[in-house]
Ligand binder design. Structure first.
Ligand code: NA7
Length: 554
């Protein structure tokens, strides 16, 4: 029951009203808008960037490329789009993905409902009317029945608080906010901080231009060769003729990739057979090394070590200077428990005369000076610093918005000890809010468009159901939320994932709670669970009839 004392955000009540507000116009926001339109739901999308693309709008750093193969890193809902669009490379570059998303936006005429260059700063639930009041950085306010976040998992950049950064007289950039016009590194002395998936893409490209590149490495990573290549017309022809089968395999898979599960332990084969299997996957390139070799790499430390040792042997074969090779060999975490990067000439780059690896584990960065970076070993004079230091992942994009649910409770406050939600998509106390690829959903452990599509379709179906059955409100129950959080934690504990200090667990941001924030149970199992919940009339949710809210309104 609503009462006269229910918490209400303060606003002029004559603000425009939409059925739905969607935050973000990347892969998720665009598809969400399309599905909502099909339901006849009036929608406004707010996008902070000047164009569509989300991740692929902001991350335009040199070498930016997707680690999923292009032909599945896309929407599967439209046969026309699948047939009309032709990818040119095995791993799509940032400009190509941005072009693709622009093409989709035009093809579906999406732009007229998107307001660009506008960041949503706050969203507050009004208990009396069951609506959300959304505020933007332009001071604009609108009402919406449904508040849907399509903010991505890796959109809140993490810039470590290095002492002295403000004194630096050169240029500096974070990879996740790269300037539109690009940067010319010719003749420049460049420092790159960070050797995650991003730094590993940046290094070989910048090395080709810069006078000298210093790579400041704190933790080495296990990078697998991508073996990128142009796609030939015959491959494209066959793909387009059999796309249906490809998506079937994707739907059955744990990671949203067209990879069939292997039923083979790394410890059940002879060392020679093991080596051959790893070698074949290494030659194939990409995530096949993790998913198509053995089924116990992510659960059994001994099995994991066989993969890790193989990768180290490859690094030692590739990098000529044995000391540098040793520094590049990871040993502090099991392979795959940090996001496994793909590389395009990363290890070879350290054979160049103009590339130097700096071990900031041994000699930490003390400060940034007006002319460069000073570690405990001395100063490196630099013209440009690149921060490939990652993101306040998964929760950051949500908690950086002032989202307030029932009783004015802030989402950031509710999640102060880690994210709590139901299915990663709904939060108790935050009715009619849906978080596409939110924390505790499969998200970043999958090929993102697969997880995004599943969430968008489930949310659209849910809203369709509510409208059809005369409900205006839906909210996850506290009990369902508790059970989901426990289940997600338990699933993570059964794997090696929690053994790494990764951004999956919040370890990359000082002060962030150490909670494993992704659902490891597999996208195919997760999808089945979500479908079952929907088919039971949204089990674990409480639904509010239209009439109940009308009483409280006014
Ligand atoms: P990541 O994977 O979080 O990598 C960030 C890198 O920056 C990593 O090597 C960090 O070392 C390093 N880092 C962060 N802070 C510091 C400080 N203070 N000093 C030195 N080095 C630091 O981010 P990415 O952008 O590479 O990748 C994010 C995802 O985007 C990627 O996984 C894909 O899904 C796409 P650390 O390992 O913490 O020692």
């Amino acid at each position: 029951m609503q009462t006269a004392h229910a918490h209400r955000p303060s606003a002029n009540r004559n603000q425009p009203e939409f059925d739905a507000v969607v935050v973000g116009a990347g892969f998720s926001g665009l598809y969400m808008l399309h599905r909502l339109r099909q339901l006849g739901v009036t929608t406004r999308v707010y996008e902070a960037g000047g164009g569509v693309g989300g991740t692929w709008y902001w991350n335009r750093y040199p070498g930016a490329r997707c680690d999923s193969e292009s032909w599945v890193y896309c929407y599967s809902f439209s046969d026309e789009i699948l047939q009309e669009w032709t990818w040119t490379e095995r791993y799509p570059s940032q400009p190509e993905i941005e072009r693709y998303l622009n093409y989709v936006a035009d093809r579906l005429d999406l732009r007229r409902d998107i307001q660009f260059n506008t960041r949503v700063t706050a969203a507050a639930f009004d208990e009396a009317t069951g609506r959300w009041l959304i505020t933007t950085d332009a001071g604009e306010q609108v009402w919406a029945t449904y508040f849907i976040t399509a903010v991505g998992c890796l959109s809140a950049d993490n810039l470590p608080a290095f002492k002295g950064l403000e004194t630096f007289q050169g240029e500096w950039y974070h990879t996740g906010r790269w300037p539109q016009e690009g940067i010319d590194f010719t003749g420049k002395r460049v420092g790159l901080i960070g050797t995650g998936a991003t730094g590993i893409q940046v290094a070989p490209v910048v090395a080709e231009q810069a006078e000298h590149l210093w790579v400041f490495q704190r933790t080495p990573n296990y990078a697998i060769p991508a073996h990128n290549r142009p796609l030939d017309p015959e491959f494209i022809r066959q793909l387009k003729a059999s796309y249906g089968e490809v998506w079937e395999i994707v739907r059955r898979s744990a990671a949203g990739l067209p990879i069939e599960p292997v039923e083979r332990s790394a410890l059940a084969v002879s060392p020679e057979e093991q080596r051959q299997i790893y070698e074949a996957a290494w030659q194939k390139g990409g995530f096949y090394f993790l998913f198509e070799t053995f089924n116990d790499i992510l659960v059994n430390p001994e099995a994991n070590e066989t993969a890790a040792a193989f990768i180290r042997s490859k690094i030692r074969e590739t990098v000529r200077d044995p000391e540098v090779a040793e520094l590049l060999c990871p040993s502090d975490h099991p392979y795959g428990t940090k996001r496994p990067p793909l590389e395009h000439g990363y290890y070879e780059a350290f054979n160049r005369d103009n590339v130097t690896l700096v071990d900031v584990r041994k000699s930490p960065i003390e400060e940034i000076t007006p002319t460069g970076i000073r570690t405990t070993d001395g100063e490196y004079p630099l013209d440009i610093i690149i921060f490939a230091t990652g993101f306040d992942a998964l929760t950051g994009p949500l908690t950086r918005i002032d989202i307030r649910g029932r009783g004015g409770v802030a989402l950031a406050e509710k999640w102060v000890s880690g994210p709590r939600n139901y299915l990663g998509v709904a939060v108790h106390g935050f009715p009619n809010m849906f978080t596409i690829t939110g924390p505790l959903s499969p998200s970043v452990l999958t090929n993102m468009p697969a997880a995004i599509s599943q969430h968008v379709e489930w949310i659209a179906d849910c809203i369709g159901y509510l409208r059809q059955h005369g409900y205006r409100g839906i909210e996850a129950t506290a009990d369902a939320e508790d059970r989901w959080v426990a289940h997600a934690n338990e699933a993570a504990e059964q794997t090696l994932y929690p053994r790494a200090k990764s951004w999956y667990i919040g370890a990359n941001v000082p002060g962030k709670p150490r909670v494993f924030m992704v659902y490891v149970g597999g996208l195919q199992n997760y999808r089945a669970r979500c479908q079952e919940i929907a088919s039971k009339g949204y089990e674990g949710f409480s639904l509010t009839p239209e009439a109940a809210l009308a009483v409280g309104a006014g």
